[in-house]
Design a protein around this ligand. Structure first.
Ligand code: ATP
Length: 436
């Protein structure tokens, strides 16, 4: 059963090295988190799995890695300077701040319970502002990007010229984004610094509805394919009053978090809004000339925008399980092998030197192909439990018989079944079990 309490996963992540509160020795820093030895690898795996699905396994999407710092002109054109705001209210009694649109009851303070204690809502811009260069004047103002998407729009012509792609085609990007969230909350679900995975898919205007439906289905399927049970996911279409003025359709992929359904990803049909805005503000042509039909048009954009760090939380929550093995309870993270930090653990039965040499040899063989852990510290039972708890799909045990029969035991995390395999066949066996 997936985690029912957020704390089950938060504690495991802290203890085992997935996610640490940032600057903890100084008391932590405002809902900021660091990804530890396991979390750093898993976060890479989440992004790699996304790039694999969105870029590698198709021929109509290319990758981009754009700058985080940007000039005000970009955010002026995108509408972020004017509109990327949340309605902020203060409680006059306890002085806490809230996002008006996220309050369950707009008359009651969720902190102190005071009635009608809120100030008038004011628009609070979520972008982090800084200065580029040594002089802190207006001409040096820069912003940290609040989304990766604008990098794709401002590079539309560059990518078109460099790649000879034609609509329908997409530009994909993963990377850090920053939002000065009023109420960061729920661990790594909403933080001020986070990672996104976004695709801007440019299509002929007449095809936008069909591509929007295509990407909604495709993106929901991505989470299912990486092991989140279908019943913990849903696609929720926005009501008309939730839509931004340029969007003719937005759906969220939602996950059933311990606190209820909440967004993992938004898929929006953005029309020609972004390219037109940047064309008008920059004076550059951002359109496509179709030589086959002689037609020039501004492509429409379908945008699936996901969060890598938020999604990592969902994968961990869904994978968390407690069961019983041989009368003993265990915690197991049933992570998809592509997401698991270590794919394989190599475990010598004892620390005796002649066994270590063999185990090291097996480790080198396996680690060349798969990121692997080598652990000879405690009893074998405790080492299995530890690997189960961090989600390692397979354990390879090297025992004294291995020295004679040149074979090892492969143990499966989920079933705990063990099979004896000749070392000569080990890589093929691991590949068959992991699926890659
Ligand atoms: P919300 O309404 O929850 O603030 P949003 O609808 O503004 O989010 P988008 O702008 O659509 O979010 O961003 C796309 C994705 O980026 C989100 O679905 C989420 O996964 C991720 N994301 C956005 N803001 C944050 C954040 N503060 N922390 C972590 N992930 C975030």
């Amino acid at each position: 059963m997936p985690a029912t309490e957020l704390d089950q996963v938060v504690n495991l992540c802290k203890r085992r090295g997935y996610v640490f509160p940032s600057a903890e020795i100084y008391g932590g820093f405002r809902s900021t988190y660091d990804y530890g030895p396991l979390g750093a690898m898993m976060l890479r795996n989440v992004k790699d799995a996304w790039v694999r699905a969105m870029v590698q396994l198709r021929d109509d999407v290319v990758l981009l890695d754009a700058a985080i710092l940007g000039p005000p002109a970009v955010w002026e054109a995108s509408g972020h300077l004017a509109n990327f705001t949340d309605p902020l209210v203060d409680c006059r009694v306890c002085k806490n701040r809230f996002r008006l649109d996220k309050l369950d009851d707009p008359n009651t303070c969720p902190s102190c319970g005071a009635q009608d204690s809120f100030t008038e809502a004011r628009a609070f811009n979520l972008m982090f502002k800084t200065h580029a260069g040594p002089v802190e004047d207006a001409g040096a103002v820069a912003y940290l990007r609040p989304e990766t998407a604008q990098g794709m729009f401002v590079n539309f012509a560059n990518v078109l010229n460099a790649t000879r792609k034609k609509p329908p085609f997409g530009i994909a990007q993963t990377g850090k984004s920053f939002r000065n969230e009023i109420t960061p909350q729920n661990w790594i679900f909403r933080t001020r610094e986070f990672e996104q995975m976004e695709l801007e898919f440019f299509v002929p205007p007449a095809e936008s509805a069909q591509w929007y439906a295509y990407w909604c289905a495709e993106r929901l399927g991505w989470y299912v394919g990486l092991g989140i049970p279908k019943e913990l996911l849903r696609l929720r279409a926005h009501d008309a009053d939730e839509l931004s003025h340029y969007s003719s359709g937005t759906s969220d992929v939602e996950f059933l978090f311990p606190w209820g359904w909440d967004e993992l990803e938004g898929i929006a049909n953005r029309g020609d809004y972004d390219l037109t805005q940047h064309a008008n503000h920059s004076g550059e042509k951002l359109d496509y000339f179709d030589q086959a039909t002689g037609e020039r048009y501004v492509p429409h954009v379908i945008e699936p925008a996901a969060g890598a760090t938020r999604t990592l939380a969902a994968f961990l929550l869904a994978a968390y399980d407690e069961d019983e093995v041989g009368g003993e309870s265990r915690v197991v993270l049933r992570l998809h092998p592509r997401l698991a930090p270590y794919k394989v653990a190599v475990l010598p039965l004892s620390k005796k030197e002649h066994l270590s040499a063999k185990a090291r040899e097996v480790y080198r063989l396996v680690a060349d192909r798969y990121l692997s852990d080598y652990d000879d510290t405690q009893s074998i039972g405790r080492r299995y439990r530890r690997q189960d708890e961090i989600g390692t799909p397979l354990a390879v045990t090297v025992d004294f018989d291995s020295l004679d029969d040149e074979a090892v035991t492969v143990r499966d995390r989920d079933t705990t079944e063990q099979v004896r395999v000749p070392i000569a066949d080990l890589l093929a066996t691991l590949q068959a079990k992991l699926g890659f």
